[in-house]
Ligand binder design. Sequence first.
Ligand code: CA2
Length: 159
Amino acid sequence: MAPASPTSGRDPTKAKSILILNGPNLNMLGVREPTIYGKETLQDLMTMAARRATELGFLTDARQSNHEGDLITWIHQARGEHHGIIINPAGYTHTSIAILDALQVSELPVIEIHLSNIHKREEFRHHSYVSKVARGVICGFGGYGYVMAVDAMARFLKE
Ligand code: CA2
């Protein structure tokens, strides 16, 4: 999926906005390994999440990149633009102190999501740097996890 253009700035007269970030290889969803990650494309999942956000009165801006630096830049920019971040850091979950640091700097509420149950898989997937800064982690519910994450973020942002 190509990076989407933002659908909102941080304008108090507008609906609150949730940035949904997706890390490396998630652009291949629906193309390969359907037994682990499901048959739906990332675009399908982002459409589902955006619909749920609209129902709840929120805006979304969904992006994907295979490059760590893009994700970090978008996290930095989110500070002034968005009210919360939902992130599936994919492989960077288990390696990236830089993404953890950027999320910390953003001071925004973060929800981490994984399609698969990372705790049922290889040992190296059990540890997440991003979890250190996440309000909560959703994993193992496939694409529906993004809808769950939007529900949870909407609840935080309404509090
Ligand atoms: O379960 C998840 O959502 C993961 O974040 C997915 C990552 C993996 O490294 C994490 O441990 C768990 C991998 C994303 C790879 O996506 C693909 C999609 C289609 C085909 C192949 C890979």
